[in-house]
Design a binder for this molecule. Structure first.
Ligand code: SF4
Ligand code: SF4
Length: 500
């Protein structure tokens, strides 16, 4: 059996790997193993022009199916013949043109009334201004981007609210990127803080080499206060614990995939948090998917870019996206669909990537990406599988649907999946935003607003039966735990308990 490990030993393998400074692996690729192309590189120390030295790329990569190399160097599948692609010209003439979207706005203000930040921050002018209005203003040569764009948390609820399909979050991302690039002081405390928060993956990869030490340092009294004073990171937050074994280390140790099935393949995009902090979510995903007969692939990957979009760090996001697209296209060429256990990662790959970047193969990645539970509900008869299952011990969950799950039409999926399982009580705690929105609630000046936004969710969680929360988003989970003290689980962990 071919074991599809990403970076460890394989049954057929001669692959070797050494871990680089950011936790990435330098490797000699193995024929038949789909994780081709450039692996992870240190991110925030790469020059801003996005140039990557030759030493940090994988110079040689054997074809995986005898086809031709794609322009990204990722897939060489015949189905993904580069000649079959139309280049994605998202930036015609080198400038993102969203005039059509701006003209579709008929000023109904539905977006403004759905914006959680505008509700608690009277200085924030709301999505209509940030989107169509600012877009029109900045077409004038002498008009700068309004600084208030940095207060948008990128929750993307306004996208969902707009009846006229105005590409609001795309406009916000683009404006924020332009503001950071052209108007933000690069030596300011705010810029440095935001860059650190955006590049969580880089710091997590270092901390996870010495997880016990990193966890102990984070718990030293006054450590978070110091972080607030020096960097402006909210001192009230508790730093997430690093796992003593990352998901990728576990994957390597178990020898990769235990199921070989070319007809049912998925490439797992675990994201940063499931790798460094909650590998139990990734493990649950693997066990559940193998239970259903899927061959799981774990391609090399970097951050999905979600925190970078929210902080206007588009050059960082693009660098990460290039690696992700290259490696995911290779997996798609091997017959896999892409699944993510984090709803922000799946939204990023599906929506933000093709909206913001013109990377070869990006549309394929977008079309082949699904959230992990969503994919199972589409392709497996989960209802029959779960009928008659019973948890040994009754459990009640307070479920919160992340904003980014709502954007993908997934707000009810956990409740619907588990409603007939004996011993499971699942209560939806309403449609409010958790308030943390990735890095937003980690900023000193946003912390109080973040907690104000989350108050409704905390209240509903307290009212719900049981004291275990459930959500698909790792930062919503942080906020739920922070606001209530509840233990928080991912739906895949419950699915593992019920079927696998
Ligand atoms: S993305 Fe969220 S915070 Fe930003 S303008 Fe839209 S609704 Fe408001
Ligand atoms: S919801 Fe859409 S159409 Fe209505 S004001 Fe906002 S952007 Fe314009």
């Amino acid at each position: 059996m071919t074991r599809h490990t990403d970076d460890g030993e394989t049954d057929e393998a001669t692959e070797t790997d050494t871990e680089d400074v950011d936790g990435s692996k330098s490797k000699t690729p193995v024929p038949g193993v789909p994780e081709a192309g450039r692996d992870e590189q240190p991110s925030i120390f790469v020059p801003d022009d996005g140039e990557v030295s030759d030493e940090t790329t994988s110079p040689e990569r054997p074809a995986t199916d005898g086809g031709v190399e794609s322009a990204t160097g990722g897939s060489d599948s015949a189905e993904l013949d580069p000649d079959a692609y139309d280049p994605v010209d998202v930036f015609p003439g080198g400038d993102l043109d969203l005039r059509e979207g701006a003209d579709s706005c008929y000023k109904c203000t539905s977006c403004d009334t759905s914006c959680p930040v505008a509700e608690v921050d009277e200085e924030f002018p709301g999505p209509k201004f940030q989107g169509p209005e600012q877009w029109r203003l900045k077409r004038k040569e002498d008009h700068d981007i309004d600084e208030s764009i940095t207060s948008c948390s990128n929750c993307m609820r306004c996208d969902d609210a707009c009846p006229s399909s105005v590409p609001l979050s795309q406009m916000h991302n683009e404006a924020r990127g332009q503001f950071v690039e052209e108007q933000m002081e690069k030596l300011s405390r705010e810029y440095i803080r935001n860059r650190i928060l955006s590049n969580y993956r880089f710091f997590a990869s270092i901390a996870s080499r010495v997880p016990r030490l990193a966890n102990a340092v984070a718990k030293i009294p006054g450590a978070m206060t110091l972080g607030e004073k020096v960097l402006g990171i909210a001192g009230e937050r508790e730093f997430p614990e690093f796992a003593t074994q990352t998901f990728r280390e576990w994957w390597r140790e178990r020898g990769g995939a235990q199921v070989d099935n070319p007809d049912k393949r998925v490439a797992y995009f675990h994201g940063c948090y499931s790798n460094y902090n909650t590998p139990e979510v990734g493990k649950a995903m693997v066990r559940v998917y193998e239970h259903f007969g899927y061959e799981v692939m774990v391609p090399p990957q970097k951050c999905s870019g979600t925190p970078m979009f929210a902080n206007g760090m588009l050059k960082d996001a693009r660098r990460h996206a290039e690696t992700n697209v290259e490696n995911l296209v290779a997996a798609i060429g091997e017959g896999a669909d892409v699944i993510a256990s984090c709803t922000s990662c799946s939204l990023s790959l599906r929506q933000e990537y093709p909206e913001l970047f013109d990377i070869h193969g990006i549309e394929d990645v977008s079309e082949h990406t699904f959230e992990a539970l969503e994919y199972l509900r589409i392709h497996e008869d989960l209802e029959t599988e779960l009928a008659g299952t019973e948890l040994a011990d009754e459990q009640s969950f307070a479920y919160h649907a992340p904003c980014h799950a709502r954007n993908q039409g997934l707000s009810r999926q956990a409740v619907e999946t588990f409603r007939d399982v004996e011993g499971v009580e699942m209560e939806d705690v309403g449609d409010s935003c958790s308030g943390i929105s990735g890095t937003y609630g980690w900023k000193e000046e946003k912390y109080e607003k973040s907690m104000e936004i989350g108050a409704e969710m905390f209240e509903h969680m307290e009212d719900a039966e049981g004291d275990v929360g459930m959500t698909e988003c790792p930062t919503c989970a942080m906020q739920m735990e922070h606001g209530t003290g509840y233990e928080i689980k991912h739906p895949l962990q419950l699915l593992e308990d019920t079927v696998a």
